[in-house]
Design a protein around this ligand. Sequence first.
Ligand code: FAD
Length: 318
Amino acid sequence: MKVCDHIENAKGKTLISYEVLPPLKGGRMQDIFDSLDPLMEYKPPFIDVTYHRQEVVFNMRESGYYEKVSIRKRPGTVGICASIMHKYGVDAIPHLICGGFTIEETEDALIDLAFLGIDNVLALRGDAMKFEGRFNPQKGGHKYASELVDQMTHMNQGKYLDSNLANAAPTQFCIGVAGYPEKHFEAPNFDTDLMYLKKKVDAGADYIVTQMFFDNSKYFDFVDKCRAAGINVPIIPGLKPVTRKSQLISIPRMFFLDFPEDFVKAMNSAPDKESVKQVGIEWCIAQSKELKAKGVPVLHYYTMGDTNTMLKILKEVA
Ligand code: FAD
C-alpha cells in the first residue's frame, strides 16, 4: 500500500515507522530480522531500507603504487526489502539514489521494484563519493533528485525511455523525497533549498521525509514555510536517538545540523555512559511526544539497529 494511503487510513492517528541499513557486506539477513522482530509490536505500516553507493578506495600495492578499487560496503537494499515484505507483510521502501546510475539503469531498477510489488520509493540524489569534493552524477545519470522524481512520474504515466514501447504498463509508485528543516548543506540559503524541494513535489513527489532534527521548533517552522510555499504533501519527521557523547561532534559534522544548547549541556553533565544514553533517550521521547501531540502523520525513526534503545522510546511514545 502507498505511504499516502497508510496516512489517510490512519485518520489522524500518528503512525510509527523505521529506517534500517543493510548490514555490512558479509552480514546476515537474520541480523536485520533480530533487530526488527521486537519492534514489530508497534505495527509499522512501512520500513525504509537505505541504499549505499559504491565507494572507491585506494589500496597500496607491494610496489608502492596505489590501486583504485571499487567496493560496495552495504549491498542488498532490494533483497532486504523483499525479505521484510515476505516475513512481516508490511511495506518496505527502498531508497533509490541518482549517484552511480545512468537513467537507463535507473529505469531497470524501477522495473525490478515494480515487479516485486514495491509501491513506494524514496527518491534521493545521494552524496558525493568520499574522495570527491562535490556530487558528480554518473555520465548519463541524474544530477538532482527532482530529475529522478520526473522519471518516476513518467513511468507512473506509462512513459518509459523507449517511446516506441507498445502498451507499456504504468508503474504505481508513491514517491517520497528528502527535506531538510535546517537546510541542505550545499544550498546557498534556506529559501533556495525550499524552492528546489517544491520542484521535487511539483515533479510528482507524494510525501517528504525530513532529515533528523533535535529541536522540534525547526520542524514546525519548516512545515509552516513549506505550506506557505505551496508544498502540501505530508511531511514526515525523521528522528534519531543520540546515545553517545561522541555523536555531539559526529552528527553535526555528518548531517550539518545543530544540537540545542540544553541538550548539549544535559549530555555533557551526565556522569557515565549509561546516563548519557538515558539523556538521549529521554530527549527523543520528549520530541516524539510533542510531535505526536501536534498530530504529525508518522514518527519515522532512524533505528541504526539499536533495538533496545528504540524499545525504551516506543514504550513511552506509542
Ligand atoms: P536534491 O534534492 O537533489 O538536492 C541536493 C542539493 O541540490 C540541495 O542543496 C538542493 O538545494 C540543490 N538542488 C536541487 N535541485 C537543484 C537544481 N535544479 N539546481 C541547483 N541546485 C539544486 N543518501 C544515500 O546515499 N542513501 C540513502 O539511503 C539516503 N537516505 C536518506 C534519507 C533521508 C530521509 C534523507 C534526508 C537523506 C538521505 N540520504 C541518503 C542523503 C541524501 O542523499 C543527501 O542528503 C544528498 O546530499 C541530497 O539528496 P537529496 O535527494 O536531498 O538531493
